[in-house]
Design a protein around this ligand. Structure first.
Ligand code: ISL
Ligand code: CA
Length: 562
């Protein structure tokens, strides 16, 4: 497998609105990020992924872009952004930008033109349809509730919006639109950025004819369905990715990661196989769906370790030697990993470190989401009015109208809501967690007195320093990056263990996934002469025999075997 800097890197994701406010308006901003670059450097991360900082009316916190080539006023100016890029580069870190081109804002100049009339030159930049019998053209539902179509009174047609009605989908079948996007990408790359994270990039190509999921509309009250069969990995998506690669990406030494909704490893390998010249890696959702029931994301069910193991194993094996994995367990769209997969009450440190060990010892590039490195947790606000996320707010209304109990809805928000990951970064125990001197746009998690950066930095045993060490180990041991993966003791219901292999070396990772003691028997097929304990989240006698390991709650160990 080819060696690449982005395989050897650890990425840190910043959600700018919630990272650090420099001017007291309650909204994180670019100068705030700049003031924390030494912190990121101290942690040791190589790459920063910046969620959208472009001009936006903020219907979806910057994922609705009204100008791709200018900075949101709340966040600062282009010269602040240039200072940020220079500040990262001078510290040896790289910057990847969020590319949101499945849709734009309805306030983007293209859409303002497009909706003026059916013969406007920008009409075909978006996806318009006359509909049928006064109904939308099909029964597709939006990711954010309701129909995926909105009727435009003035130009008398419906436009498609897979997300909010303020996020009209761009028409990738139009070569003029594609050229505009490639030019825009080139403009950013020429400023010296180091790559892109591409928002829902596998949704850009829609099946011609835009068919309904459940056949013809019968004129009754419409119900909406997930139309994924008609836009997930659509018919021309690989043609577009290869064109984008040829026209833009291939001209720079950059990294690319595409957010890919509902992809299997086989579908993902079409995006990331090195010989196909599309993307470097994708974010898949299989692991994030491990606690979703048949009713989807809000139909919460407990996860099972057996599923976590089989999903990760499947991806590790399928992409080995072909493409590359991304490794994450939370981001700005997901609840906090510590609350979801660990125990944020009884064993926050132990379980936070155990999960970190998993993410940093698999094959792939690990992504740290801001606050993960200090063990930030989910939040439970008392009232729906305290929540800001459009997905949460729309779902709440829809489910209430459909007769669900308020208690049940709030509970699903506590477990799955995106605002769990968006509460302000907890810097210290001062007012508003040191995030702002004003009133934060989204309330801080009340646990900031305990969980904050200042405390983490003062405690040599903190989750922060464990991450720092994992990042350092990655630089010292090539096997952590490039070794191939074999699961061990698959049937063990408490322990997740695996081997990584590179040449003569082996890496043994043993993780107790629960708050009870557990036993791990090393299979006799694993042979070695010498062992070295690289990291663990408890005191361990390095000479201890490995035949049978007694693990304490959430214990994690990594050995190098020779
Ligand atoms: O996580 C999700 C499943 O319900 C969705 O919240 C999410 O919209 C989906 O993962 C796609 O996410 C990306 O595109 C959205 C934006 O709201 C998310 O923040 C972004 O990461 C639309 O641009
Ligand atoms: Ca601010």
């Amino acid at each position: 497998m080819d060696k690449k800097w982005w395989k050897e890197s650890v990425v840190y994701q910043i959600y700018p609105r919630s990272f650090k406010d420099s001017n007291g308006d309650g909204i994180g901003d670019l100068q705030g990020i700049i003031s924390k670059l030494d912190y990121l450097n101290h942690l040791g991360v190589d790459v920063v992924w910046l969620c959208p900082v472009y001009q936006s009316p903020n219907d979806d916190n910057g994922y609705d872009i009204s100008n791709y080539q200018s900075i949101m006023n709340d966040f600062g100016t282009l010269s602040d952004w240039e200072e940020l890029l220079a500040g990262l580069h001078s510290r040896g870190m790289k910057l990847i930008m969020d590319l949101v081109v499945n849709h734009s804002s309805d306030e983007h100049a293209w859409f303002v033109e497009s909706r003026k009339s059916q013969d406007n030159p920008y009409r075909d930049y978006y996806i318009w349809s006359p509909g049928k019998d006064g109904q939308p053209p099909n029964d597709w539902g939006s990711f954010f509730s309701g129909s995926a179509w909105e009727y435009d009174e003035k130009s008398e047609e419906y436009y498609l919006h897979l997300f909010s009605r303020k996020q009209p989908d761009l028409n990738w079948d139009n070569p003029k639109l594609r050229k505009e996007i490639y030019d825009m990408m080139t403009w950013w790359l020429d400023k010296g950025i180091d790559g892109f994270r591409m928002d829902v990039i596998n949704l850009i190509s829609k099946v011609p004819g835009l068919p309904s999921v459940s056949g013809e509309s019968n004129g009754e009250q419409p119900t909406y369905h997930f139309g994924g069969d008609y836009f997930v990995n659509g018919p021309r998506v690989h043609e577009y990715m290869q064109e984008m690669n040829r026209e833009v990406l291939s001209k720079y030494d950059i990294m690319t990661v595409g957010e890919a909704v509902n992809v299997t490893p086989e579908e993902a390998s079409l995006y990331v196989s090195e010989d196909r010249n599309e993307l470097n890696m994708v974010f898949h959702f299989e692991l994030m769906d491990v606690d979703s029931g048949p009713g989807g994301k809000w139909n919460v069910q407990p996860w099972k370790l057996a599923d976590i193991k089989s999903i990760i194993s499947k991806w590790q094996v399928a992409l080995d030697g072909k493409g590359w994995n991304s490794l994450y367990m939370n981001n700005h769209d997901q609840p906090r990993m510590l609350s979801r997969f660990g125990d944020d009450k009884l064993f926050p440190k132990e379980s936070g470190k155990m999960l970190a060990t998993l993410l940093h010892t698999l094959q792939g590039t690990p992504y740290i989401y801001q606050g993960e490195e200090i063990g930030m947790t989910n939040v439970q606000f008392a009232s729906i009015d305290d929540y800001k996320d459009i997905e949460i707010v729309n779902m709440y209304k829809e489910y209430l109208a459909a007769g669900h109990s308020e208690e049940k809805i709030m509970n699903s928000i506590y477990i799955k809501g995106r605002d769990n990951g968006r509460t302000p970064m907890q810097w210290n125990s001062e007012s508003q967690a040191g995030f702002t001197t004003g009133t934060p746009w989204l309330a801080v998690n009340p646990n900031y007195q305990d969980i904050n950066v200042e405390n983490a930095l003062a405690d040599p045993d903190s989750i922060f320093y464990y991450y720092k060490k994992l990042i350092e180990l990655r630089k010292q041991h090539e096997i952590i990056v490039y070794g191939s993966y074999t699961i061990l003791a698959e049937e063990n219901e408490q322990v997740y263990a695996y081997l990584r292999t590179l040449g003569e070396e082996q890496l043994l990772v043993v993780l107790n996934f629960f708050g009870e003691p557990a036993t791990f028997d090393l299979p006799s097929t694993v042979k070695f002469q010498a062992k070295e304990l690289l990291i663990s989240n408890y005191e361990v006698n390095p000479e201890e025999e490995l035949n049978t390991i007694q693990l304490r709650p959430y214990e994690a160990r990594v050995y190098k075997l020779k």
